[in-house]
Design a protein around this ligand. Structure first.
Ligand SMILES: Cc1cc2nc3c(=O)[nH]c(=O)nc-3n(C[C@H](O)[C@H](O)[C@H](O)COP(=O)(O)OP(=O)(O)OC[C@H]3O[C@@H](n4cnc5c(N)ncnc54)[C@H](O)[C@@H]3O)c2cc1C
Ligand code: SF4
Length: 327
């Protein structure tokens, strides 16, 4: 399939990118590596008339693992090949290595991964396939084929990096015509749980960088991914965990999942009460069951929701058992 024509803008300063965005409200997309956006454009999934390429803006290319700072345009290849990242943030590197293929990871960026379009079996299809079904809420239609109603889209958040960054306590720096602001990464995602309005970004807002706190450096962490074809598929489930023990007692424990709902999700209300406790196998099994009970996948990816839910319990249990044994 070929791309429809669009106007390409190539600013070299953040302010210029914002100015172009302001002059085309609702008619543009930012372009990073393009590995998600351009295939979607080819499938006619909400293409826009203006593309604002961010690649010429130097600030966005920052790559400073020693400071825990990654510009939005740091590539996944940089993450997976830099020794300091593997040493300090092992779960993040495990996640990056499981995204797509080496060729895609050479162009794919951290920012693009955090803002990757939500996915659904009824959306990620060719125009003729979707037309035959009467389209859907997320593109050109007025109803949902997954949960029959006309208000909400249940498309699944399928980025691999977000859960790992969430368990590391990442923050994101954002820039819009209103100014700069910083959010905990989890708050970048829309709490209303809608697969169309998937982020809390303001109109035209740019994700500038991701920052990891000092205390996350060196903390044991891991990422488990369930997918149909291990060679390159998006996650049907992604489980990230980080664990710091003092003796046998929990100093810090964090869990987050992706690939199940419209946004990545963490479980502080389940994990915080374990701080200071002895992390026994029974406690791990109980926590894994509670996480399984809390998640709500729907039937819009290849693997059945019941199976993804059951595997959530298995992956949480295995991830925490492995981290505990390695500590
Ligand atoms: C074959 C194949 C397999 C894939 N498998 C996976 C997978 O297993 N896991 C996975 O997570 N992804 C997968 N992807 C999707 C994609 O490659 C990655 O998510 C990638 O990291 C996206 O980054 P990008 O720079 O290419 O983003 P782009 O495609 O350039 O952008 C993605 C979205 O983010 C927005 N955006 C990008 N940067 C910014 C910014 N700084 N500020 C504001 N908005 C911004 C864009 O407007 C767009 O909406 C796959 C893609 C392909 C083609
Ligand atoms: S969940 Fe419903 S509205 Fe959203 S993409 Fe799928 S079919 Fe469309």
């Amino acid at each position: 399939m070929h791309l429809e024509t669009f106007e390409l803008h190539q600013p070299t300063h953040l302010e210029d990118a914002l100015a172009v965005a302001s002059s085309h409200p609702g008619e543009f997309d930012y372009l990073a590596g393009g590995t998600d956006l351009l295939p979607n454009y080819k499938m006619r999934l909400n293409p826009r008339a203006h593309l604002i390429a961010l690649g010429g803006i130097p600030e966005l290319h920052t790559f400073a693992p020693a400071d825990g700072t990654f510009g939005a345009l740091a590539t996944l290849r940089q993450l997976e090949t830099e020794e300091a990242v593997a040493r300090d943030y092992p779960g993040l590197v495990e996640a990056a290595r499981q995204v797509a293929t080496p060729l895609v990871r050479a162009s794919a960026t951290v920012g693009g991964n955090l803002l990757v379009e939500t996915r659904c079996f009824f959306f990620n299809q060719s125009p003729s396939w979707r037309e035959a079904l009467g389209y859907c809420l997320k593109a050109e239609g007025d109803r949902c084929h997954v949960v029959p109603q006309k208000e909400r889209c249940y498309a699944t958040f399928s980025g691999d990096l977000a859960p790992s960054l969430v368990v590391s306590g990442a923050q994101v720096d954002l820039l819009s015509p209103e100014g700069t602001r910083t959010l905990p990464l989890e708050e970048l995602y829309d709490g209303r749980g809608d697969g169309i309005h998937r982020t809390t970004l303001l109109p035209g807002e740019i994700l500038v960088r991701v920052r990891l706190p000092r205390e996350a450096r060196g903390r044991p962490s891991t990422y488990r991914k369930l997918r149909v074809r291990p060679a390159f598929d998006f996650p049907e489930l992604g489980v990230a965990a980080s664990l710091a023990l003092e003796g046998r007692r929990v100093r810090s424990l964090r869990l987050a999942v992706g690939g199940l709902e419209t946004r990545p999700r963490s479980f502080a209300s389940l994990t915080d009460p374990l701080e200071g406790e002895n992390l026994t196998d029974e406690r791990i099994a109980d926590l894994a069951r509670r996480v399984q009970a809390a998640v709500r996948p729907v039937h819009n990816t290849f693997l059945a929701p019941d199976y993804r839910k059951r595997m959530t319990e298995v992956f949480v249990r295995r991830a925490l058992t492995d981290l505990k044994e390695a500590s």
